[in-house]
Design a protein around this ligand. Structure first.
Ligand SMILES: *[C@@H]1O[C@H](CO)[C@@H](O)[C@H](O)[C@H]1NC(C)=O
Ligand SMILES: *[C@@H]1O[C@H](CO)[C@@H](O)[C@H](O)[C@H]1NC(C)=O
Ligand SMILES: *[C@@H]1O[C@H](CO)[C@@H](O)[C@H](O)[C@H]1NC(C)=O
Ligand SMILES: *[C@@H]1O[C@H](CO)[C@@H](O)[C@H](O)[C@H]1NC(C)=O
Ligand SMILES: *[C@@H]1O[C@H](CO)[C@@H](O)[C@H](O)[C@H]1NC(C)=O
Length: 549
């Protein structure tokens, strides 16, 4: 709606003018045929970073941790195998064993440690690191599980460590998600390609003609050498580009959808990423163990200090574990909300704004489906991007969800419904009854890290401003979960997204919900849209932050 409002804010005309001037100069130099279309809207006063060509409002608010990507996104070097597939790491020949002598039983609260030796398909030990192994300790009968820590010694060996958090049986499971050689492919494509997917923009003229073109996060990735339409969100500085439609003007962009997955891999790359070497369980290297309660106590769970859940807590690693299919946070005393009444009791009088992708929409859907008194509105809205709203008028509960804006992969959706997260946050007064949940990551794996970094820098600044004007607002960051294993979206890429998310927000008074670990702990197949059991635990942790006692 407001994307195309005719209003122009004269109050801020000086700042706007300066920004436009810089942009015009820049565009004249680099894209002579570009037509810039500014999305008008309210405009915060802010400093102009003289050197930046992208988000001039917000780059100067980049947290220190986000500025050194070399440090933040460090991954051991992954020398290629030049066509020799058999020299890549194999899940069949790689093995692990107990680090110390086997014990008849283990004590609750201790650690189980193991050594993993990576080998290639010929059985030759690897001499460099960089493989993505994921390990967990499962207590299947107890419906228990915890992610293990995998430390890469960068010489072909890895140290595995599992905290023993429940009494009873436990069994190690290790999977090779991607060989280091496959990660070399992912890393090369991630850092060298501007985009691995594209999008469509739908333009509508006054007389009704429609034109469809390719759009993307940068001009090159629209695939055209001809004129470009540039869209710039005036609040966030976020940019979007479409090939200029044949006859219609740039400002007639009304629709958005996914486009194509671009061909970015060679045959060799594809072999390294093939299903039969991806996400494969290693053969059992350690017999099931028995964990006994400590001699001094007869508790069966090693729980953390009983701190109420609140934003700003440090996240331990792991951040929690499952027992009886219930996630126990190790950062604070998380609670269960098993009934509709308990959920309503917690949410009463609150307005919850969820912004992000479809994995966060699952939270909204879970609450809608679990709490009968929460009535969904906007039943006519069939767009994947939302917005969705559910209310309980008696208890004063409002539950919003809307998709983050570009680069959302979605069915055809109105551009007017794609609101930037920054713009939404800027429009919130906040306060003790306001809860904001952000869940981004999955739609950014198809672009180089700088795209997500810039987006996060803007969102971070908007969260800081929100917390400054209304410190009692609860802001919750849902990390991205496990799922895809392809060049377009892979656990390895998601790990990098999560590092960026943590770096962007960890020094703010926000709460993290580590959906990565919550989807890495049970004997379940990874799914980008986790099953209800996981979603209900994620939502319970959210509710634990809203209602800590
Ligand atoms: C702008 O960038 C150039 C080259 O990247 C650098 O030499 C210069 O110091 C920068 N200026 C400012 C003000 O940051
Ligand atoms: C970034 O981190 C890397 C690796 O730790 C370090 O070598 C480099 O000096 C850092 N760069 C800056 C600008 O701090
Ligand atoms: C790998 O590195 C670790 C730690 O430096 C060392 O203890 C171990 O012996 C090394 N293993 C091999 C096979 O080189
Ligand atoms: C994986 O499958 C491909 C065929 O799809 C085959 O050529 C290759 O040898 C298989 N690799 C392994 C390690 O089994
Ligand atoms: C230990 O077990 C006994 C008997 O089963 C019980 O009475 C007692 O409360 C338990 N203590 C703790 C700390 O759980």
């Amino acid at each position: 709606m407001d994307l195309f409002t005719e209003q122009f804010k004269y109050r801020k005309i000086l700042t706007v003018g300066l920004v436009i001037l810089v942009w015009i100069l820049y565009l004249k130099m680099f894209w002579p045929e570009t037509i810039t279309y500014r999305i008008p809207g309210p405009h915060p006063a802010s400093k102009l970073a003289s050197n930046s060509t992208e988000s001039p409002f917000l780059l100067d608010s980049l947290p220190q941790a986000l500025t050194n990507l070399t440090y933040l996104l460090y991954w051991p070097p992954t020398p290629g195998v030049e066509g020799d597939l058999l020299a890549s790491t194999s899940p069949k020949t790689s093995t692990y064993y107990l680090r110390g002598p086997a014990q008849a039983s283990y004590t609750l609260g201790d650690y189980l440690e193991a050594v993993l030796v990576a080998r290639d398909h010929r059985g030759k030990p690897k001499t460099h690191g960089g493989d993505l192994f994921r390990a967990k300790l499962l207590g299947s009968e107890l419906k228990a599980g915890v992610p293990g820590d995998v430390q890469d010694l960068e010489n072909g060996t890895y140290l595995l460590s599992f905290p023993l958090l429940w009494a009873g049986k436990a069994q190690v499971q290790v999977r090779l998600i991607h060989s280091s050689e496959a990660i070399g492919v992912l890393r090369r494509i991630w850092t060298e390609k501007h985009a691995t997917v594209n999008f469509r923009g739908y333009f509508r003229g006054k007389q009704g003609p429609q034109e469809t073109v390719i759009c993307n996060v940068d001009p090159q990735s629209t695939g055209t050498k001809k004129a470009i339409c540039q869209y710039r969100d005036a609040v966030s500085g976020e940019l979007w580009f479409c090939e200029k439609p044949p006859t219609l003007p740039c400002n007639s962009l009304v629709g958005h959808s996914s486009g194509s997955y671009l061909k970015v891999t060679t045959k060799h790359d594809e072999n390294l990423l093939a299903w039969n070497v991806t996400d494969q369980v290693l053969s059992q290297g350690i017999s099931p163990i028995l964990v006994r309660p400590a001699a001094t106590s007869n508790t069966t769970l090693a729980l953390s200090p009983q701190l109420p859940c609140r934003p700003g807590l440090l996240s331990p690693k792991p951040s929690g574990f499952y027992h009886g299919n219930v996630w126990h946070s190790l950062a604070c005393s998380s609670r269960s909300f098993p009934t509709a009444d308990s959920i309503v009791g917690c949410l009463a009088g609150r307005i919850v704004h969820m912004m992000g992708d479809s994995t966060l929409r699952q939270w909204w859907e879970y609450l809608r489906d679990t709490v009968p008194s929460l009535k969904p509105l906007d039943l006519h809205v069939t767009y994947q991007a939302g917005p969705l709203m559910a209310v309980d008028t008696t208890r004063g509960i409002v539950l919003h969800w809307r998709a983050h804006s570009w680069p959302l992969r979605t069915f055809h959706t109105p551009v007017a419904s794609l609101h930037s997260v920054v713009r939404e946050l800027t429009g919130l007064a906040g306060g003790p009854h306001t809860v904001v949940v952000l869940g981004l990551g999955a739609h950014f794996t198809t672009f180089p890290p700088s795209i997500f970094v810039r987006r996060l820098a803007g969102i971070r600044a908007a969260v800081m401003a929100l917390l400054a004007r209304a410190p009692s607002t609860l802001v919750v960051i849902k990390l991205a979960n496990t799922g895809y294993k392809s060049v377009y979206g892979s656990d390895w890429l998601t790990l990098q997204m999560n590092r960026l998310l943590r770096a962007a927000f960890s020094d703010l008074r926000v709460a993290f919900i580590d959906a990565w670990e919550m989807t890495s702990s049970l004997a379940l197949t990874d799914k980008i849209h986790p099953v209800k059991l996981i979603v209900s635990n994620e939502v319970d942790l959210l509710l634990s932050f809203i209602c800590p006692t």
